[in-house]
Write a protein that binds this ligand. Structure first.
Ligand code: NAD
Length: 376
């Protein structure tokens, strides 16, 4: 089979495969066709792909000749019509959020796999692009906050006096939040953390963060480890606690998300008003509405001296390692659908293959996407 690697569109700097992974695919008897310049924003020239055994072609070539098309970002509008029914499209389509795209795939009868649907199981861990990219985001969020803050992160005792460590508040202790705790602690800050899932308490503590408890959270084992929406009473108690801690924090890192839903609002405008001028809020949930009321996606808003940075694609800012991790996840996933002869075999008996498939032959395969359509 021919695996086509597309160049990303828009502001994306990553590429879905680096040459080291292309080499593994070619060793598996898969032909790899790379769009000219696909890796240039990740500092990877076409020659490196050729040395790894790939062929270089135009965008039109890749669309025409590939059995499987691969890219990170969902397609640009003009690309959607280019896919043929016989082809398989692998990307991070975000189908729980963008249901119109799912409708188009259904209508066109194309086969699509969305890597953001990889089940959160132990077997699938090595394929989990959400975890890989959240690791990058949590790390870079803290570095950006530290570089924008007018004060130090660590405590210093110098001849010129004592510097107090920065206070960091982290909202949401999923993969990004846990990485943000670890990075903030390495830089010497004091860290407090909120999450509705009590299961993360021990992890937060082991990384050196203080878990702030608000009693009465709703947890649902059926949600597969994800958070669910909370009661009004809980939200009010949580709000009071967050507002009080935010007022004393120099940095707030927002990471709380609920799959397929608008991000929970955890930092209202009045909480931002109480923060000290010079403080920094980084909102990683910006693309789904943000945890902070004042967040604007892909923008920095300054309110009363507090910078609110709405950034939902930090991985694009660290394209080499982010691409390396993404490509390794793709390889581990695609191993489930490649035969010893290098042919494509869509084995829907495999729960990971089935669970990651959005559409095939005019049907929805992923159960969570299916239930979105059934409940409409
Ligand atoms: P996420 O991006 O969906 O959300 C980030 C965090 O925000 C979560 O910890 C969530 O509980 C929290 N949150 C949501 N609403 C909140 C609210 N109102 N107030 C405070 N916090 C709130 O999370 P994620 O990083 O994708 O992780 C989700 C789950 O998946 C976790 O249980 C994680 O351990 C698990 N996971 C499993 C695997 C695996 O087994 N392969 C891999 C990665 C993550």
């Amino acid at each position: 089979m021919i695996l086509g690697l597309l160049k990303e569109h828009g502001k994306e700097n990553r590429v879905a495969l680096l040459p080291e992974i292309v080499k593994t695919f070619t060793d598996m008897k898969v032909e790899v066709l790379v769009e000219k310049g696909a890796g240039e924003n990740a500092f990877t020239p076409d020659g490196d792909y050729e040395a790894a055994g790939a062929k270089i072609g135009s965008r039109a070539d890749v669309f025409k000749k590939s059995d499987v098309l691969l890219q990170i970002q969902p397609p640009a509008d003009e690309d959607i019509q280019k896919i043929q029914k016989s082809q398989v499209w692998i990307s991070a389509f975000n189908p729980l959020w963008d249901t119109d795209l799912v409708k188009t795939f259904l209508k066109d009868g194309v086969t699509t796999f969305s890597l953001d649907l990889i089940p959160r199981t132990t077997r699938a861990q090595a394929m989990d692009i959400l975890s890989s990219m959240a690791t990058v985001s949590g790390y870079l969020a803290v570095l950006e906050a530290a570089s924008k803050l007018p004060t130090f992160f660590p405590m210093f005792m110098t001849a010129a006096g004592t510097i107090r460590p920065a206070n960091v508040l982290i909202l949401g202790a999923g993969v990004a939040g846990l990485q943000a705790i670890a990075t903030s602690r390495k830089l010497g800050a004091q860290v407090q953390v909120f999450d509705v899932r009590s299961a993360v308490k021990e992890e937060v503590k082991s990384l050196g963060g203080k878990f702030v408890e608000v009693e009465g959270a709703t947890e649902d084992k059926a949600a597969g480890g994800y958070a669910v929406e909370q009661t009004e009473e809980y939200k009010q108690k949580q709000q009071q606690a967050i507002n009080d801690i935010a007022a004393k924090s120099n940095v707030v890192i927002c990471t709380a998300q609920i799959p397929g839903k608008k991000a929970p609002l955890l930092l209202p405008a009045e909480a931002v008003e109480r923060m000290k001028p010079g403080s920094v809020i980084i909102d990683l949930a910006a693309s789904t509405g943000g945890n902070c009321e004042l967040t604007k996606n892909d923008e920095t808003v300054v309110n009363n001296g507090v910078s609110i940075i709405g950034q939902s694609n930090y991985p694009s800012q660290m394209p080499m390692d982010a691409s390396k991790m993404f490509g390794k996840n793709v390889l581990n996933f695609m191993k489930l659908m490649i035969t010893e002869e290098g042919a494509l075999n869509l084995n829907f008996e495999d729960d990971i293959v089935k669970g990651t498939c959005i559409t095939h032959s005019g049907e929805i395969y992923n159960e969570r996407v299916k239930s979105l359509f059934e409940n409409k």
